[in-house]
Design a protein around this ligand. Structure first.
Ligand code: BGC
Length: 915
């Protein structure tokens, strides 16, 4: 039996911030279905001879058993978990964690290159070791970014260290185990680049956001076998000179000139300077090269450019092995799309996104140190001879999170859409969630992150990644009196963006994390942030006489929706104060729920009362006395259904149906409406509409982008026009994950996986079957282990459903269209069902199908021609109105000559069409 143990969500962490120590575990292949009890033991020795902690408890949760022991700095602890099942099977898992320097002061000092030396420095320290080493650690940080080599080899495998922080407040250091890398004679080299700290970064593309000096701090602790310890610390015995990196920036790229290495360079003594922020142990997960991509095609363009096509938009960089003659200069430019067959990246705006390499004639593997790019295409200039596909490799970098969700279906374009959203996540989860990875932005936009959270937590194990992000959010929030800014860090002298949806990440993210990972400690840690966000809105509301509405300020609203003043407008057509007030209500409700869970009963009653007031205010302000929503937009109705704030649900459902009809079933939603659209429709009995919008291939829609060749999710529905041209360059990224949040609908509704208890220990499974999707297979690695759901429409019309539930979990199953409407509770194990559903899922069309869907189907058109020449006439004479009618609506059109019996007969024929 395997027990996979993690500490605070990390696998064998070394040198992390470990607030509220807790251990979680996953059990596989156990005899028995539930955990009877668990024993947690902690020791400093690997064989657990002396125990520092030992507890057996039947209430130990797999999602976070708390360990309460005093910790010492720089110490390794071993944790053993032994579980007993209800069949008395036992399983054991062991992990370790190693503390950082904790409160122990650094013996080393920050050292900096002199102010006049504006070049990228490389610091060095050589040292000799004469005794046998037991273990050695390097505690290291550098600003803006560092890249360290010990005896010519990179220390660790992380990139972009020490990662992003609000450096005014803090700077992270990392801990590396260098035991095996040390020799007798050693040289530690630390190269420094600009990074987020001092390079061009932010909405105004400004430099020196946090400081203007290169500096580093390093401390090596070498433990010898004889028990003695030596510390090698950064001080003014270290020397520096210019490195081979001539320039670097997140936006602009990097220039490496290896000829520099052959010049006589003067070694200089550093000076002592400290950064503004305090040094803290790491919060960030490692960012590493996670996926390797090969070149799919080498294109010679009409302009005679050589362009590599990786076939996939992603974030990272390329590497190449070369022994080009001394002085050869290679220039790589990065782009997401070709235009008119040629290289293009004007949509990167002010980001140069260029990598330059000048060879010194040595054979080497070349890649950048202090930057990354978002790209599919690379223009290669200066290469000698012709470029071969295998001369270059692509490296996708992102925070080291395991992928936990997989979906495949019988619909190839949906499979592609799933991958597009996953690549969106990979490309934008580089230490903190960004809007996009390519243009002069790549910022921590909180609204984008908020709408994608639900999908992100299914796709990958995000708990430690978001733990760091919540820390960053809180740091900013504390500076701005409760506001959770629209973008962090706030680098704008005008102050933070204060807007709903974006700021609501404060409550939505912790709630989502609790649902997925079931760790109450995370919720408790996040609680002050949740509370301060809604309190800030309340305070501002009170200032002008409390209305219980968030109807003030500049809010971003349904960003990029298509019902704004023009289709290129940033602001959508839905009243942003209506949206803001609904999200205010939902946020307050989430705070109230968290307070209840955490046992803060006074808070709970205060927030529940506040929630009631807000609901009343919304009903009063935005609904007619008879209960109709006065905000007649798609997003307006979707938000009402999502928040549940309305006097009468039927009226909202009628409202949205009419709105869709009037909009010719063209999706209008932006960042608010689109992400929730399909799941909200499905969860309110409108799954036919949810599937229509998901599967629609006309503009605008998810599969329309797939049809146009998207390999990631676009920022705008019309980012690329049907003729292949970009719709504009002002704000047009092809790798923005926000609309990728539709994937949550696939997990929650199409596979039907709806968590009922924290950590997905109890789940409702109610799949939605769709003829065009044919079959679906979903797996999700939850904190309790892997869930596996699959369904298939068989040729004989039967439905095959298979469900695997992990150890110690259970499910309530609602089988779709089961003759007995069967609902049952299932426990751990695999359960298979096959039955004839009461609805024939093989039918291509139903009475609700729009004729638009049938018009590309010659078989359907033949039936229409035969049975209703009148309908055929309307459909083929360019009367677009009729594309968006269905058999159902045709029934009421007797005034146009449609006879009821004829429409019924037509329906009978059409539903006979099976695949
Ligand atoms: C970003 C968005 C962001 C928005 C809000 C844009 O420039 O790319 O994704 O949420 O601004 O103003």
């Amino acid at each position: 039996m395997l027990v996979d143990v993690r500490i605070n969500g990390y696998k064998n962490p070394i040198g992390y911030q470990l607030e509220d120590l807790r251990v979680s575990w996953v059990v596989e292949d156990a005899r028995g279905s539930v955990q009877k009890n668990a024993t947690i033991e902690v020791s400093e020795d690997e064989d657990f001879k002396t125990l520092l902690f030992e507890k057996t408890d039947c209430s130990f949760s797999q999602t976070g058993g708390l360990i309460d022991i005093p910790l010492k700095p720089r110490t390794r602890y071993y944790v053993r978990v032994t579980i007993t099942t209800n069949q008395d099977d036992q399983g054991v898992g062991v992990a370790f964690f190693e503390t950082s320097k904790m409160d122990e002061p650094f013996e080393s000092k920050w050292i900096a290159s002199l102010e006049k030396d504006t070049f990228h420095p490389e610091f060095q320290k050589s040292f000799h070791i004469s005794r046998e080493i037991k273990s050695a650690r390097l505690y290291l940080s550098g600003l803006g970014m560092y890249y360290a080599l010990l005896n010519g080899k990179q220390v660790g495998n992380e990139v972009l260290t020490p990662y992003y922080s609000d450096y005014h407040t803090e700077v992270q250091y990392q801990t590396f185990d260098i035991t095996l890398q040390l020799k007798q004679d050693n040289t530690l080299t630390v190269m420094l680049g600009n990074g987020w700290y001092k390079g061009k970064f932010g909405l105004a593309r400004q430099e020196n956001n946090f400081g203007n000096r290169f500096m580093l701090i390093a401390e090596m602790h070498i433990l010898y076998c004889d028990g003695s310890e030596e510390v090698i610390a950064s001080d003014d015995s270290w020397l520096y000179h210019s490195s081979c990196v001539e320039s670097s920036s997140i936006y602009d790229g990097e220039v490496i000139n290896y000829l520099q290495n052959h010049q006589e360079k003067e070694w200089t003594k550093p000076e002592y300077i400290s950064p503004e922020g305090r040094l803290v142990a790491r919060y960030s997960l490692p960012v590493v090269e996670k996926d390797e991509l090969s070149v799919k095609d080498v294109i010679i363009t009409p302009k005679n450019e050589t362009v590599l096509d990786f076939g996939q938009n992603f974030a990272g960089y390329v590497s190449f092995n070369t022994y080009l003659p001394k002085g050869t200069k290679i220039i790589l430019d990065f782009g997401e799309i070709m235009q008119d067959g040629c290289f293009y990246n004007a949509n990167y705006r002010d980001a140069k996104s260029q990598f330059v390499y000048i060879s010194d004639g040595r054979q080497e593997c070349v890649k950048p140190h202090f930057t990354y790019f978002g790209f599919r295409y690379v223009r290669v200039t200066g290469w000698l001879g012709s470029v071969n596909k295998d001369d270059f490799k692509g490296h996708a970098i992102y925070s080291d999170m395991p992928t936990t969700g997989h979906i495949t279906t019988g619909h190839e374009k949906i499979n592609r859409l799933f991958l597009n959203a996953l690549w969106g996540q990979k490309s934008n989860f580089i230490d903190f969630p960004t809007d996009c990875p390519q243009r002069d932005e790549r910022l921590g936009w909180t609204g984008d992150a908020q709408v994608f959270t639900g999908t992100a937590c299914f796709n990958m194990y995000t708990a430690p990644f978001y733990h760091k992000f919540m820390h960053d959010l809180r740091v900013e929030q504390e500076k701005y009196d409760g506001i959770v800014p629209g973008v962090i860090p706030v680098l704008d002298p005008n102050g933070p963006i204060f807007s709903s949806i974006w700021g609501d990440i404060a409550t939505f993210l912790p709630t989502e994390l609790y649902e997925h990972y079931g760790d109450q400690t995370t919720l408790r840690q996040a609680y002050p942030m949740m509370k301060d966000w809604v309190d800030k809105i309340t305070k501002e509301d009170q200032k002008r006489g409390q209305q219980y509405l968030y109807n003030f300020g500049n809010q971003l609203g349904d960003w990029l929706a298509l019902d704004g003043r023009t289709e290129q407008s940033m602001n959508g057509g839905t009243d942003e104060y209506y949206i803001g007030s609904n999200y205010y209500a939902m946020s307050v409700q989430k705070v109230a729920n968290a307070a209840l869970l955490l046992g803060y009963s006074d808070d709970a009653s205060y927030y529940l009362d506040l929630y009631d007031h807000i609901c009343q205010a919304i009903l009063h302000e935005y609904f007619t006395p008879s209960g109709r929503l006065s905000i007649d937009t798609q997003t307006g109705y979707l938000v009402a259904l999502y928040s549940g704030i309305y006097p009468n649900r039927e009226k909202i459902i009628e409202g949205i149906k009419t709105r869709f009809y009037k909009d010719c079933y063209k999706l209008k939603g932006g960042f608010v409406g689109a992400p929730i659209m399909c799941k909200v429709l499905a969860e309110n009995g409108l799954s036919d509409l949810a599937f229509y919008f998901l599967l629609n291939e006309d503009y605008p829609g998810w599969l329309h982008c797939v049809d146009l060749g998207a390999t990631t999710i676009w920022e705008r529905w019309n980012s690329v026009l049907d003729d292949g041209h970009l719709s504009g360059t002002m704000m047009n990224s092809l790798n923005h994950y926000a609309y990728g949040s539709v994937i949550e609908f696939l997990y929650r509704d199409v596979a039907g996986f709806k968590p009922l208890a924290p950590g997905c220990q109890k789940v409702e499974i109610a799949p939605l079957i769709n003829q065009k999707i044919k079959h679906m297979h979903m797996t999700y690695d939850s904190p309790y282990g892997q869930w596996d759901i699959s369904w298939q429409i068989k040729d004989n019309g039967k439905l095959h459903v298979s469900i695997t539930i992990p150890f110690n979990a259970s499910a309530t199953l609602i089988l779709p269209c089961h003759p007995k409407g069967e609902i049952g509770t299932l426990t751990s194990g695999t359960h298979v069902f096959e039955y004839m559903p009461v609805e024939d899922f093989r039918a291509r069309y139903t009475k609700k199908t729009l004729f638009n869907d049938m018009m590309k189907d010659p078989e359907a058109m033949k039936i229409i021609e035969r049975m209703s020449p009148l309908l055929q006439y309307f459909l083929t004479t360019g009367n677009e109105d009729f594309y968006y009618e269905s058999l159902d609506t045709l029934m009421g059109m007797s005034y146009l000559g449609f006879k009821q019996e004829e429409v019924i007969a037509l329906g009978h024929e059409l539903v006979k069409l099976h695949d």
